[in-house]
Design a protein around this ligand. Structure first.
Ligand SMILES: Cc1ncc(COP(=O)(O)O)c(C=O)c1O
Length: 388
């Protein structure tokens, strides 16, 4: 019996050139605006793998192929950032006069797009409790055109019951979109759970080196792919071949990096749980997380991104903590090789389920450093905090 390769194995060669001639291992960045066709028939052929640089070159096709394997998808579209990927997908369904459902835990710039762009063009937006599961049905209307989920929420880490939501969405013919950046395809496959579209900010773990912005949109529905692709083309979407090259290079080591990010993050989370300065650690892989059972059911592992709530809200103490950190950098994004820690304020965004936790919320990203050095760094930062 032939053995089916693990997705981890597939990442190593996915999208690579096959040739009986000597050839290089990486798929090189093929930069182009003009593509030349040697004959009239080739120029006018109905299907052409690429025909103008804006629509990508063989570099793009190769990366798309690789992400198809990762997401178990038949169609992949590329966007110049994770935010653009989410917003292009939403834009393709949210027409004037329609209504969309957006999780209250959505990445906040997605909310700004909904409120600042879609709403001004006649789209009604309802933010919903990410833990509604199948009860999302009561919020669906005749004109509901899309449901956006993000699991886990990237600031507040609620895990959503995608299979239950997909049952409702399918019965009502509403596309269910899932932001899958945390799971990055290797830890979570929303399409296998019934979602129509899975979107990854490949900026994070796929590219993995904090040097690229790129987004992927995966679906198994040819009509959906066509609809989003048409919009992206009309708007003039383009992703640079250099960025695709870097993302594809990052993808090769995704599995190995995620192992370390996940193990380091979990160790830090458990260590923080025992600290007197912390009232709560929010990590789906901890048994204390309210959605731990859902996470166990639907995810195959964890990445390095999680949250914690400090008991104090005193700015001078919080400042002392952050200013004392040496290994944890303070900066946006996550998924790169380095550890990060930032203060966050979910109460500024939440509307459906107001954020009522007392104390400063902090988001941690565990990088690839030795975890004992990271713990020592946090210990020193807590000591600095105590002196204030
Ligand atoms: C969950 C989630 N989705 C999307 C994005 C947007 O990705 P990008 O920074 O590539 O636009 C982010 C960025 O932090 C994110 O955390």
């Amino acid at each position: 019996m032939s053995r089916k390769n693990s997705p981890r194995t597939n990442l190593v060669a996915a999208g690579r050139m096959k040739s009986d001639q000597p050839h290089v291992v990486p798929v090189p960045p093929e930069r182009a605006s003009t593509v030349l066709f040697p004959t009239y028939d080739q120029f006018t052929a109905k299907t052409r793998p690429f025909f103008y640089g804006r629509f990508g070159t063989s570099t793009h096709r190769a990366f798309e192929q690789a992400v198809m394997g990762l997401e178990n998808a038949e169609h992949i579209l590329l966007a110049p950032s994770g935010l653009a990927a989410v917003n292009f997908a939403l834009l393709s369904f949210a027409l004037p006069g329609s209504h969309i459902l957006v999780t209250d835990s959505a990445y906040d710039p997605v909310r700004y797009f909904c409120d600042g762009y879609l709403a001004r063009r006649g789209v009604e937006i309802t933010y919903y409790d990410p833990r509604l599961g199948g009860h999302i049905e009561k919020l669906c209307r005749e004109n509901t055109a899309a449901i956006l989920a993000e699991s886990p929420g990237s600031l507040t880490f609620e895990v959503q019951d995608i299979p239950a939501m997909a049952n409702i969405a399918r019965a009502r013919n509403i596309p269910l979109l899932v932001d899958n950046s945390w799971g990055s395809g290797l830890l979570y496959r929303p399409l296998d759970l019934g979602a129509d579209i899975s979107i990854i900010a490949a900026t994070k773990y796929i590219a993995g080196h904090a040097d690229v912005l790129i987004g992927t949109i995966a679906t198994n529905d040819a009509q959906i792919a066509q609809k989003i692709n048409t919009n992206m083309r009309l708007i003039g979407n383009n992703v640079s071949a250099d960025d695709v090259y870097l993302a594809h290079r990052g993808l090769r080591s995704l599995a190995a990096r995620l192992d370390v990010h996940g193990a380091n993050g979990l160790k830090l989370a458990k260590w923080l749980e025992r600290r007197p300065e912390i009232s709560c650690v929010i990590h789906p892989a901890l048994p204390s997380h309210p959605d731990h059972a859902l996470w166990q059911r639907d995810f195959s592992g964890t990445c390095g991104l999680f949250g914690a709530i400090f008991k104090t809200e005193k700015v001078e103490k919080i400042r002392a903590f952050f200013d004392a950190l040496a290994h944890f950098g303070m900066g946006y994004s996550w998924g790169g090789f380095e550890s990060l820690a930032i203060p966050v304020w979910p109460q500024k965004y939440r509307t459906a389920v107001p954020w009522e936790e007392a104390g400063q919320a902090v988001r941690f990203h565990a990088g690839l450093e030795d975890v004992e050095d990271l713990i020592a760094d946090l210990e020193a930062a807590f000591a600095a905090m105590a002196e204030m």
